[in-house]
Design a protein around this ligand. Structure first.
Ligand code: CA
Ligand code: CA
Length: 209
């Protein structure tokens, strides 16, 4: 074999080796990232507002799986938004909502008067009035709710029979502070309405600090 031919063969072999090494490297790279690709990292975000559209801050949002394990949590920002990131795709997830606060915040005898006027039909029932006024969780607005509000105002009780804040999807009839997610296969955006129970005229102060 001539020297020129030998050089050509050597060059070809070197090029071939490089090609093989590059392909092998790419394959290893693909395998390394494969688990992440299979276990898609998804996001649930949303907006928590009062019925009038004003934001609700510092509401705790938790994502539970079917076993009740908390997979992620976030507090809503001053603009009412929240984000749960790096979520694995899956089924039977539930979003849970809650908010700390004094049950008396925004609840006064004036709210009792407003409930009485709605019960008596003097004022028409507005959207979310039942969410706000149903402080015993019966699903209806009755004089019993007025009694529980009165007990709270007089410090006979320190809280309502139901959570101080109610959250749910806008179209829910009776809020249960949960939103079910049947299947999480892609990023999801949810709209959430929240109300402070026992505060018909929306006088509750919300501290976003
Ligand atoms: Ca009730
Ligand atoms: Ca009020």
């Amino acid at each position: 074999m001539s020297t020129t031919l030998q050089t050509l063969v050597n060059n070809l072999l070197t090029t071939f080796k490089k090609l093989i090494m590059t392909k092998l490297y790419n394959l290893l790279l693909l395998l390394a990232f494969c688990p992440i690709a299979l276990n898609a990292q998804l996001e649930i975000n949303g907006d928590i507002t009062f019925p009038n559209g004003l934001p609700i801050c510092n509401a705790l949002v938790e994502l539970h799986n079917a076993n009740g394990d908390i997979l992620a949590q976030d507090l809503s920002e001053a603009d009412g938004t929240f984000t749960l990131s790096d979520l694995p795709a899956g089924t039977d997830y539930t979003l849970h909502f809650s908010k700390d606060g004094n049950p008396l915040n925004g609840t006064s005898t004036f709210d009792m008067v407003l409930i009485a006027r709605r019960i008596l039909g003097i004022d028409p029932l507005q959207d979310y009035d039942v969410w706000i006024g149903d402080v015993n969780g019966s699903g209806t607005l009755t004089t019993l709710d007025m009694i529980f509000m009165r007990r709270l105002i007089l410090n006979i009780d320190t809280e309502f029979p139901v959570p101080t804040w109610a959250f749910d999807e806008p179209q829910a009839s009776a809020p249960d502070n949960q939103i079910s997610i049947a299947s999480l296969t892609e990023d999801l955006t949810v709209d959430v309405i929240g109300v402070k129970r026992g505060d018909l005229n929306g006088s509750a102060q919300v501290n976003c600090d």
